[in-house]
Design a protein around this ligand. Structure first.
Ligand code: SF4
Length: 432
């Protein structure tokens, strides 16, 4: 089978997405007893064990997921172009018999990745905005520091899928020093986002070297870490890591839960440990067809995040990356979701729905339209129930000026009053 014949076959008969069996999915504990009976608790709770035992080939995967010979051939073809890596922990969250399972869809390759021709390798033009290798400086006050392209899991919707071809790399200490040097020489940088790949694939001492160097730069106020470890391998958020992070605050950690089934006791525990170490945790989800493109799923996701004390920060429109077209949704879907949430739950549970514009032009928020008409004097608006209201548009009144030294302050006037003439000895010129 070639890519061409696979594409032709999929066009003739699109891959089905219906469960092959009505059996309830295995619980994570049953999964573990079935597939890893000899693995001790200590091993299962050790992130390094999961990392070493990631499933990275179709043969490996077929031990867990029933695949026909033909399906194996198809997935081998796909994974030759877009590799595969899943942690045993994340695999334990899937309904292995359901090709539509929202967790499985994010991790298991699909022949649709090569069937679709649309999209770009680097839609956000990150490589163009690199000032030194690994450092993207696009916005005036913040930089993106890419330390590695290694991830615990390879998410099928990843924006940096282009990096998967290059094999795993970590920037050398000399390369990291060049990035730090640029930041030292650029005083307008007050916010550094450490990303990847996944920067938590570095060992804790390696990561500490970077954080410690950044903290010695006086103009760096905030450090952010982008990582999916709390979701795909929460065991990584161990006491050693948290103790180290607690020394270099303020640190904000942005993670990436996409579905309520990912908010397990282990994942919530990881977020709790981070918060206790003084690390704020935000969530940046991606809107994915078949995974989280309904109001109900997003409500469950965001309510689950709040219960885990994680702020739902962004809901991203899926970037138009090559090999991800089957996840894309029209923006109307995202707008309907936000509209279905607004008013029906606390504003705290509602993420900002944004498009990260192609060609590195930045993020723009998308919101449903609640303003029907607007003049200088009035807005006609509708609320979440469809009720129409008129809202008076206030005029902007000048702020009271601070009096100059030696000059008597004018009296405070009631709203709408004006001053025609003011004499210190005679206030009679004030009129409504
Ligand atoms: S963890 Fe992030 S960078 Fe890594 S594959 Fe997933 S989405 Fe891409």
């Amino acid at each position: 089978m070639t890519e061409e014949s696979l594409i032709a076959e999929d066009k003739a008969e699109p891959p089905s997405c219906s469960p092959e069996a009505d059996e309830p999915p295995l619980s994570p504990s049953v999964f573990r007893r079935k597939f890893y009976p000899d693995v001790s608790d200590a091993q299962w709770n050790d992130w390094r064990w999961h990392f070493r035992n990631r499933i990275t080939s179709v043969e490996d995967l077929s031990r867990f997921i029933p695949l026909t010979v033909k399906e194996r051939t198809r997935l081998k073809l796909v994974s030759a172009r877009f590799p595969l890596a899943v942690t045993p922990y994340y695999l334990s969250l899937m309904d292995l018999d359901d090709p539509c399972d929202p967790v499985r869809l994010q991790a298991v390759p699909s022949s649709l990745e090569v069937a679709a021709g649309a999209g770009h390798e680097d839609p956000l033009a990150e490589e163009r905005d690199s000032v030194v290798p690994g450092l993207v400086h696009r916005y005036p006050d913040r930089v993106l520091m890419v330390l590695t392209d290694i991830c615990a899991m390879l998410c099928r919707h990843c924006t940096r899928k282009r990096e998967w071809h290059h094999g795993g790399w970590i920037h050398t200490p000399a390369e990291i020093e060049r990035m730090l040097d640029y930041i030292r020489r650029t005083p307008q940088v007050r916010d550094v986002i450490i990303s990847g790949g996944d920067p938590l694939t570095l060992s804790t001492p390696q990561l500490e070297k970077v954080l410690s160097a950044l903290r010695q730069i006086p103009h760096v106020e905030i450090i952010r870490i982008g990582t999916r470890f709390p979701v795909v391998l929460p065991q990584r958020i161990d006491e050693e890591l948290c103790a180290m992070l607690s020394k270099y605050g303020p640190i904000w950690l942005n993670t990436h839960f996409n579905h309520p089934n990912e908010i397990t006791p282990e994942a919530a525990g990881a977020c709790d440990r981070l918060l206790r170490a003084g690390v704020q945790v935000n969530n940046q989800s991606v809107l994915l067809r078949g995974v989280n493109d309904t109001v109900d799923t997003q409500l469950k996701l965001c309510h689950g995040l709040l219960r885990a004390k994680v702020r739902p920060y962004y809901l991203f429109q899926c970037d138009q990356v090559q090999g991800t077209e089957y996840f894309w949704t029209p923006v109307e879907v995202g707008l309907r979701i936000i509209e279905g949430m607004r008013g029906h739950t606390s504003g705290l549970a509602i993420p900002n729905y944004v498009i990260d514009l192609p060609d590195g032009r930045g993020k723009i928020p998308l919101t449903p339209n609640y303003v029907l008409t607007r003049t200088d004097h009035e807005l006609v608006v509708r609320n979440y129930e469809g009720h129409i209201s008129h809202f008076t548009n206030p005029k902007s009144a000048p702020l009271p000026r601070k009096p100059k030294v030696g000059v008597t302050a004018p009296p405070q006037l009631p709203f709408g009053w004006t001053v025609t003439e003011v004499k210190n000895e005679d206030r009679a010129g004030i009129r409504p």
